[in-house]
Design a protein around this ligand. Structure first.
Ligand SMILES: *Cc1c(COP(=O)(O)O)cnc(C)c1O
Length: 229
């Protein structure tokens, strides 16, 4: 299936008033589809599976920014630490510690977004507000323990629903949490600038609520054969 060039141009246009970045979610899609988007000027791509990401990283142009948006297992961090541009879904302190360790080994500082649980779907991951506060507090109190990661923002996923008002309120909730913690930790090593929220079905609700990154897969590359994890 060819990539949706009209869809790409339309989304780029819709993004303009919002100063948000389009992340093209290329999971399950072949390298040729990614190259077609690359030819249009797209440089930010996201993957959910470590093995698939490392394979694509090796075979595709090196100026691509590779985002990891899946549920990252601690034992797989080492495979992506040398090149990953941003890890969106960090949802435990244990994972953060492992990312820090692997980043140090390759002399990098890896930018990370903390995933916040904002939806009603039990299959989704993320910190609740209390846990988020606890992990941010720990990082700000112990910067030397986390010197090879940088928390640059928050990520969230809305409920999978037709109820647009619910989706909007969940994105607004994430923005509110973001504004609170951004101020609270502004004098620490934590400098929050990014809110990664919005996918093909709901990015139009995420943009007005303050998304700085939207993660779009099927609208650009067509439907996938298996469900996103
Ligand atoms: C798959 C996936 C997306 C993209 O989903 P689409 O509905 O195809 O746009 C965005 N974010 C995450 C975390 C995903 O897993």
């Amino acid at each position: 299936m060819p990539v949706n060039i009209n869809g790409y141009n339309k989304i780029k246009e819709q993004l303009q008033p919002f100063a948000a970045t389009l992340i093209a979610v290329s999971k399950t899609k072949p390298a040729e589809d990614i190259l077609a988007m690359y030819e249009l000027g797209q440089r930010d791509f996201a993957e959910n599976y470590v093995q698939e990401l490392t394979g694509k990283y090796e075979s595709l142009p090196k100026d691509i920014h590779w985002h990891f948006i899946g549920h990252l297992q601690t034992n797989k961090v080492k495979y992506i630490a040398s090149f990953v541009h941003l890890i969106h879904g960090v949802d435990s302190e244990k994972l953060l510690i492992e990312i820090n360790k692997q980043a140090a080994k390759v002399n990098r500082t890896i930018p990370c977004l903390l995933q916040v649980y904002i939806s009603k779907d039990e299959t989704k991951f993320g910190f609740d507000e209390k846990e988020l506060e606890a992990v941010l507090q720990k990082i700000s109190n112990n910067p030397s323990l986390f010197s090879s990661i940088k928390i640059t923002g928050l990520m969230g996923m809305a409920t999978f629903t037709e109820d647009n008002a619910l989706i909007e309120s969940e994105f607004a909730h994430l923005k509110k949490i973001f504004d609170q913690v951004k101020i609270k930790y502004r004098n620490s090593s934590i400098e929050l600038t990014e809110i990664s929220m919005g996918m093909s079905a709901d990015y139009m609700f995420a943009l007005p609520q303050g998304a700085t990154m939207i993660r779009i897969g099927s609208l650009l590359f067509g439907e996938r054969n298996y469900k996103p994890s």
